[in-house]
Design a protein around this ligand. Sequence first.
Ligand code: ATP
Ligand code: GLA
Ligand code: MG
Length: 520
Amino acid sequence: MTGNVPVTQSLDDIYPQDALEGQRKRWSNLLSSFKEAYGRPAEFVSRSPGRVNLIGEHIDYSLYEVIPMAVTADVLLAVAVSPANGSPTVRIQNVQSDKFATRSFTIAKDGEVDIDPTSHEWTNYFKSGLRGATQLLKKHAVSGIGQLNIDILADGTVPAGGGLSSSAAFVCASALAVMRAHGQETVDKKELVELAVVSERAVGVNSGGMDQAASVFSQRGSALYVAFQPELSARTIEFPQTHTPLTFVIAQSFVAADKHVTAPVCYNLRVVECTLAARVLASICGLKDLPDDSSPLGFSLRSFHDSYFKKKGAVGDDVKDFRSQLDQLVHIVDNYLPQEEGYTRQQISELIGTSIDELEKRYMTKFPVRADSFKLRQRALHVFGEAVRVLKFMDLLQSPTPSDDKESEELLKSLGNLLNDTQESCRDIYECSCPELDELCKLARSAGAYGSRLTGAGWGGCSVHLVPQDKVEAVKKAWEDKYYNKRFPDMDAAKLQDAIVVSKPGSGSTLFQVAGRESL
Ligand code: ATP
Ligand code: GLA
Ligand code: MG
């Protein structure tokens, strides 16, 4: 899965056949609007898709494996570049100019930009991609940093704040655009993901690496198995042939999950809780002076896991060993982190042998959180349990092709059960669902879905459902009648159509060369 981001001059390389006609119109409109806005043609378009996570929720920042796939919806940035005589300036517009206002800002001579994470501003996502790309350009000693004017027109079809990671699509497309603007036509996928993961955190959410990996590495027709330890890697997974093709249906809850606003009590707090659970477990198990890892706060449950079994002398790269290790860790949590009510700062400081001041400085300052108690037990139990479910899901996907309809039905049911178990864990012990997502899942299951769960961060946003193809219409009808029309009676037909997407796995980031092309 490594290698360079593909460069193309053909939309056929990017979209499936049934999406081409609509995409041609959209791209033509983008390129002509660019010319109108800036009085010159765009030179290239950088493109990165959104993603849906199939399984492995809230475990990427604990450095456990996840299985997402890209969706067809994406972010496009049409770009033209010229040498800056005065202050290098970025002018950026959006085709949805009523929602995302036109901006321009200057870049310092060393290529740096200011990002204010306290303001929820769409161009912060471009700036974070710019910042990450600038660091990579410096690392590669590329010339021209801080010497360019860059004009951009953005067009995104991933619903913003809807759980399909429009943010990572935006940051990856931005970083890719900045690399290409500086003459880099070959951009290493892994370097792009690594820079996008770190730079997206500048907007204030201390997220893991799944979204950016899915956006960059994905390939049309396959899901992606992403690993973060010992280093970032990804490989495609084919879906098995079943009597009714494996169909994933995505449904919006239309509950806006504003991760920035809720970060101190939701997302960023979960990252702190998992990190502190790892610290406390390491301390209880006598593991000292462990090195920092690549997780957001520098120490993860996965590092605790690896160090614990290394100390015990286990070799175990074997999947069976790995699963039994995770089961053993569940017992350790059960025995050594018994407090259902959570742990106070005082208790945690004592357990890991540090002061409260140190604890706050190290884990709660850059990304502040608001909590009196930290639910270490529940968070660790979710993470270890979910990591096991990912392994089981992967095993099922790789099992031999079912020989008859009965076996095939069994396989789909088993996959679905794992999705349902994830939803239960997210709802009850990780506490990242909401009543609306729970309801969408319940309705889908009653109408024939094999399995249903939230996808992405949760607390609103999106859900994903494994549905037999002949039940898709029944599931849609159940949602329309009992969820959308009931909760949002004024919703127009277009919005309702956007609410439900039957998604095939899409392709990852691409650079599209416009120069010299007359038509698309
Ligand atoms: P999740 O992270 O839950 O999967 P998400 O990535 O869509 O969902 P956020 O991380 O909150 O949600 O990011 C949404 C933000 O990304 C928007 O508020 C906006 O600032 C920016 N964004 C997304 N799409 C666009 C777009 N088409 N044009 C401009 N800005 C966009
Ligand atoms: C958000 C984050 C990801 C991941 C998911 C939950 O989408 O950006 O890194 O943590 O939530 O699985
Ligand atoms: Mg996001």
